[in-house]
Design a protein around this ligand. Structure first.
Ligand code: PSV
Ligand code: MN
Ligand code: MN
Length: 431
């Protein structure tokens, strides 16, 4: 495996922090032992956890209003992969990369796969994009893609999704994520039921092109860019479509795609109960689809989501394996730092959820003891598992403090030199 980060310097970094980590780990281990918890089991669980990186996340995303490019942004998918490799080398929790087409389109997918493998990376779900027009495109998506009134536009959008599957096949992906911004900005602009019928017609054609061992993830989002009625606005619509399409169709939950205060953990529980939870786009949000770093606004909600996932894993065993991916956008931070922090926050929520005493929780629930039930969750959530996460990284060859090491490594300076800024350059296509 090729390494972009100097392993000698990484060893020095870890050597400097090792004694402190050992002391913290021992203290935490002692405290957990008194609770009947074996810290080694948690560390092994942390090492077994993974969350995939969004290729579009390693560039500066920007907002609808402006984009302020960062230094050394990747200019193509190969450079994006280099940045993803750095994140994985330091955190050891992000071996998967989720690509987005046509942003990440390459004429040599086999070479891309080879590069990924040389970094110890693999490709998670591929994403299609029919929410933007591309240069030279025959039919516009101004009035929708998979739901468009114009049959040729729908056929073009279907073809693009099938092309994504073909590319994903060469890359070793096993799932296609479909998010469409289709919808209406005005009451009456389109027939609400008719739009969903057209969507299902298009999705049936894409579904028919899925290889036997692939899944299709349907991603819902409350609003934006359609501000009156988004065709796939909620988990109910997503669920109904997934049921209609068949077993390979599942629902994808992007944490930012709900109205503020929505009980997302309950959506997760419902989808898991009915075998339709396909995966996640983790991020955080205060108001809407903010795409903020995971755990930066509402870490308790993230923990509660993982508490439901732990419950589902306990019930369904190894068969339960939703896809975990990040989906965030960075405007004021270095994307590599933000993605490292987010990956660790998602891993933290996973480990905290393993700390919930599920037997005790069930007893409290059966006794209708609301207070103790809530405390059983809070007790796990309040436990600082940082030393477990750092030890998991260290044992897997990562950095005890990924952001501190990255800042001292000079990687961004080297990237800025090797990747001179281009006017209007954008890693994701969002400018
Ligand atoms: C849409 O808001 C979304 O969450 C979908 O996952 C897209 O593919 C992604 O963002 C693109 O930025
Ligand atoms: Mn998303
Ligand atoms: Mn989004």
């Amino acid at each position: 495996m090729s390494t972009i980060i100097d392993s000698g310097r990484l060893a020095e970094h870890n050597a400097q922090l090792r004694a402190g980590l050992n002391a913290d780990y021992e203290a935490l281990g002692g405290m957990l032992a008194r609770r009947g918890v074996d810290i080694e089991k948690l560390t092994a669980a942390a090492q077994g956890f993974a969350v995939a990186l969004p290729s579009w996340g390693v560039g500066t995303g920007g907002t609808r209003f402006a984009r302020f490019p960062g230094r050394g942004e990747p200019r193509n998918v190969f450079e994006k992969l280099d940045d993803c490799a750095v994140i994985h080398q330091l955190t050891r929790v992000t071996p998967g990369v989720s690509l987005h087409f046509p942003w990440d389109k390459t004429t040599d997918p086999a070479a891309l796969r080879q590069q990924a493998e040389s970094h110890g990376l693999y490709f998670d779900a591929v994403n299609s994009n029919t929410f933007q027009d591309q240069a030279g495109q025959e039919h516009t998506y101004k009035f929708g893609s998979l739901t468009a009134i114009n049959a040729d536009t729908r056929a073009q959008a279907v073809r693009h999704n099938i092309e994504c599957i073909e590319l994903g096949r060469v890359l070793g992906s096993k799932a296609l994520t479909v998010w469409v911004g289709d919808g209406a900005n005005f009451p009456g602009q389109h027939n609400l039921r008719g739009a969903l019928e057209r969507y299902l017609g298009s999705m049936r054609e894409i579904y028919a092109a899925l290889p036997a061992d692939w899944l299709m993830f349907i991603e819902h989002k409350l609003f934006e860019p359609a501000f009156y009625a988004t065709t796939i606005a909620d988990w109910g619509t997503s669920f109904a479509c997934a049921q209609t399409l068949g077993d390979k169709a599942r629902c994808l939950v992007d944490l930012g795609h709900h109205a503020p205060n929505t009980n997302i953990e309950m959506i997760v529980a419902r989808l898991a109960q009915f075998g339709k939870l396909g995966g996640f786009h983790f991020n955080d949000s205060k108001y809407g689809d903010d795409d903020l770093d995971s755990g930066s606004i509402n870490p308790f909600q993230l923990f509660l989501v993982f508490n439901e996932l732990a419950d589902a894993a306990e019930r369904d065993g190894a068969a339960f394996k939703p896809a975990y991916m990040l989906d965030q956008s960075h405007n004021v931070t270095d994307p590599i730092e933000s993605l490292m922090n987010s990956a660790v926050e998602v891993q933290r929520a996973f480990v905290q959820a393993q700390l919930v005493d599920r037997a005790a929780l069930r007893q409290h629930q059966e006794a209708n003891d609301a207070l103790q039930s809530a405390q059983a969750l809070k007790h796990a959530y309040r436990t600082d598992v940082s030393a477990i996460l750092a030890m998991a990284r260290l044992r897997a060859g990562g950095a005890i403090d990924p952001v501190a090491f990255y800042r001292g490594s000079g990687y961004r300076d080297r990237a800025a030199e090797a990747r001179p800024a281009r006017a209007g350059a954008s890693s994701s296509g969002i400018v």
